[in-house]
Design a protein around this ligand. Structure first.
Ligand code: GLA
Length: 409
């Protein structure tokens, strides 16, 4: 009798532990790629903008390069109806969300939406608190593929519990959606987010500057270098289906071309979600080229899914490595200063070993071909020293392709 009771209790505990682990698996096996309205448009979102952005995603070549999600951020919301079901703002989205999702899907793309775990969104629209199941059902009926879930107006809530509730609601609604936890890193989401969502913000908001802090009174947003520094120590938590999210990109939102290139390269080294945040309809050719650089995108999307790491700081430069599938590596030399810097690197002198992935470059024993991922130039092999100049606020990013003995001459 006693034994039965203990056995029964154990089953209940196991079952309870599984409840929180609901999440759509096999989604976001590589970091999600797409676009989001917030960084450029803020609250100024309409169905017209979303349709035109979907069109631009196709004609710019971004869809071909791998960008899939068109994400509407804050301010699409209207009032809840008499039963508590959320409705879109009827002036901004007169055709409704189902029609918009159908349009986006007809372009071979997917539609994302935004809500908040608290009573209101950050811009004061209706939040999800207390409406999680009906909201999840509504999104599923509309054909939504991705939910970014924010953390404003959540006083008194437990972060893990709040995201667990929405994750369970999405699971019960039954339509696979990428679940993007936007809790700004306040409650260490890297420690609990992997079983609940597919990615989690690690920091406060990004700003379109290379290395600044923008003071908003009781909070700050951060330039690209500041956000990069805040990723320290987090790489062990990321992997296929569960990514650190250093926030959406500011490429094309006012930084110089070099700065945009450095930003994009470093997000790829971090295996970050690549969510463009600029106006795709009017972007310059230079911006388009940065966002669609396939060689850099391949580094981000590498199937191994190992986030890169800072290997050394040397002569004002940072040297980053990222292990890739097929025994390749990416290396990125980042110049955070405004003046150009010379690099001279004898590969055989570098001991690059990554405890997290168990990978080592073994430059003394192995030979790699070196390709510049921005100019696409062949830079020889790791037998020769790497000699280059890295312009200010820019990078030198290369792929090291391991040569098999037969390929070495
Ligand atoms: C927060 C988020 C941003 C954006 C805004 C919308 O600040 O971190 O990414 O979604 O809210 O109000």
């Amino acid at each position: 009798m006693r034994k039965t009771a203990i056995f029964f209790a154990a089953v209940v505990v196991t079952a309870a532990a599984n409840v929180g682990a609901q999440k759509f698996e096999n989604l976001a096996l590589t970091p999600p790629m797409g676009w989001n309205s917030w960084n450029h448009f803020g609250c100024d979102v309409t169905e017209e903008l979303i349709r035109k952005t979907a069109d631009a995603m196709v004609f710019s070549g971004m869809r071909e390069a791998g960008y899939l999600y068109i994400n509407i951020d804050d301010c699409w919301h209207g009032e809840r109806d008499g039963d508590g079901f959320i409705q879109p703002d009827a002036e901004r989205f007169p055709s409704g969300m189902r029609a918009l999702a159908d349009y986006v899907h007809s372009k071979g793309l997917k539609l994302g939406i935004y809500s908040d775990a608290g009573w209101t969104t950050c811009a004061g629209r209706p939040g999800g608190r207390g409406h999680e199941y009906s909201d999840a059902l509504t999104y599923a009926r509309w054909g939504i593929d991705y939910l970014k879930y924010d953390w404003c107006a959540t006083d008194g809530l437990n972060a893990e519990g709040a995201y667990q509730t929405m994750g369970a609601a999405l699971a019960s609604a039954g339509r696979p959606m990428v679940f993007s936890i936007c809790e700004w890193g306040n409650n260490r989401p890297w420690e609990w987010g992997g079983g609940i969502g597919h990615m989690w913000r690690t920091t406060g908001d990004i700003a379109a500057c290379f290395d600044c802090e923008v003071d908003h009174g009781d909070w700050s947003s951060w330039g690209v270098m500041r956000i990069l520094d805040m990723q320290d120590g987090l790489r062990v938590h990321a992997g296929p289906g569960h990514w650190n999210d250093p926030d959406m990109m500011e490429v094309g939102n006012g930084m110089s071309e070099s700065e945009d290139r450095a930003h994009f390269s470093m997000w790829a080294m971090l295996a970050a979600p690549l969510i463009a945040g600029n106006d795709l309809r009017t972007m310059s050719e230079a911006t388009r080229r940065v966002l669609t650089n396939r060689r850099v995108i391949e580094v981000d999307q590498d199937p191994l899914g190992v986030q890169g790491f800072k290997y050394a700081e040397r002569d004002g430069l940072e040297i980053w490595f990222k292990p890739l599938g097929g025994e390749d590596w990416a290396m990125c030399i980042l110049n955070r200063e405004a003046l150009p810097r010379q690099v001279r690197l004898r590969w055989q002198d570098e001991l690059v070993a990554d405890e997290h992935s168990g990978r080592e470059t073994l430059f003394k024993a192995r030979l790699y071909r070196v390709r510049d991922l921005w100019s696409d130039a062949d830079m020889g092999t790791t037998r020769e020293a790497l000699i280059a100049e890295v312009p200010g606020h820019d990078v030198l990013m290369v792929r090291l392709h391991r040569l098999l003995e037969a390929e070495e001459q």
